[in-house]
Write a protein that binds this ligand. Structure first.
Ligand code: FE
Ligand code: FE
Ligand code: FE
Length: 163
């Protein structure tokens, strides 16, 4: 389909995000299993729960735009998750592996922060106020998760991994 307007591009961006969030739901349980730190396991579990709500918010945004929710393969997320899986497989000291898992997870959050930021800018241009509200909730969750991972790394995990 030819993209005629910013609205068409927004729909495509949402389909990319919808696929990305689904990939994350599949990946997080593996990240949780591979993590050693209880705090890190808990943080992956919490983000899994939050991500399920993010999927449902995207479905609401599709509905607001009279679109059926559809996944368009997010190749970047596939690559980011593959890097996480490589870290899971890597032979490493447990604290060092935890640090590596955090690094992989933060790359995922940063991709999402960029993508939701763009989608919200398009929604703003088009005047989709309700969609902006929904996506800003998600964006705040992604940012909070990123912050939390930095905090966990810098306060504990990187410290242990350095020894
Ligand atoms: Fe997400
Ligand atoms: Fe993508
Ligand atoms: Fe996220």
């Amino acid at each position: 389909m030819k993209l005629e307007t910013l609205r068409d591009l927004l729909v495509e961006e949402l389909q990319d995000l919808y696929d990305a969030e689904h990939q994350i739901i599949e990946a997080l349980p593996k990240m949780k299993r591979a993590a050693h730190s209880d705090k890190l396991k808990k943080s992956f579990q919490e983000h899994l729960d939050v991500t399920r709500q993010q999927v449902s918010r995207l479905e609401q945004v599709f509905e607001l735009m009279d679109q059926k929710p559809k996944r368009k393969a997010c190749k970047a997320m596939k690559g980011l998750i593959k890097e996480g899986e490589d870290m899971i497989e890597e032979e490493a000291d447990r604290d060092v592996k935890d640090a590596g898992l955090i690094a992989a997870a933060q790359r995922v959050e940063h991709y999402e922060i960029a993508a939701y930021g763009t989608a919200m800018a398009y929604a703003k241009q088009i005047g989709l106020d309700q969609a902006i509200k929904l996506m800003s909730q998600t964006l705040e969750e992604e940012k909070a998760t990123d912050e939390k991972l930095s905090q966990l790394a810098e306060s504990t995990i990187n410290v242990k991994a350095a020894q």
